[in-house]
Design a protein around this ligand. Structure first.
Ligand code: CDP
Ligand code: MG
Length: 139
């Protein structure tokens, strides 16, 4: 079984979409094995998105991600990484397929309500960034 990290971003929390996002994942065979609400400061957001340091959107993205509470979760399932990304849809909601979370709920390419890890190595880094082993459960 594969694990991935997902975040209901601050805009998703403001739009009261915590339940909707979790429901979509659970309905599609993903199991929530870790879950918490956090409020990242700017430094934590910069560390989380370190791979994007230097890109034109980095400053705005990390300000946005530290602008309010977010919900982080560890999802487990068969091909959890690609399944989560499929349910999220493309980064830019205008490019995202009909029925995906981002197509339905995102405001724009930055405020796109949800995050999902994009590969095994990034998933491992991102899960460790927010969760220790005592905060994840088997059931
Ligand atoms: O989140 P995803 O993996 O789909 O996209 P990314 O390329 O890893 O970018 C991370 C996040 O940066 C996106 O989800 C957007 O919130 C933001 N972003 C942006 O504001 N403008 C862009 N041109 C690309 C990404
Ligand atoms: Mg990404």
């Amino acid at each position: 079984m594969e694990k991935t990290l997902s975040i209901v971003k601050p805009d998703g929390v403001q739009k009261h979409l915590i339940g909707e996002v979790i429901k979509r994942f659970e309905e599609n065979g993903l199991k929530v094995v870790g879950l918490k609400m956090i409020y990242m400061d700017k430094k934590e957001a910069e560390g989380f998105y370190a791979v994007h340091r230097g890109k034109p959107f980095f400053e705005s993205l990390t300000t946005f991600m530290s602008s309010g509470p977010a919900v982080v979760m560890v999802l487990e399932g068969k091909e959890a990484i690609s399944k989560t990304r499929e349910l999220m849809g493309a980064t830019d909601p205008k490019q995202a397929k009909e029925g995906t979370l981002r197509r339905q709920y995102a405001t724009n390419i930055e405020r796109n309500i949800v995050h999902g890890s994009d590969a095994h190595e990034t998933a491992a880094f991102e899960i460790k960034y927010f969760f220790n082993s005592l905060e994840m459960f088997e059931y």
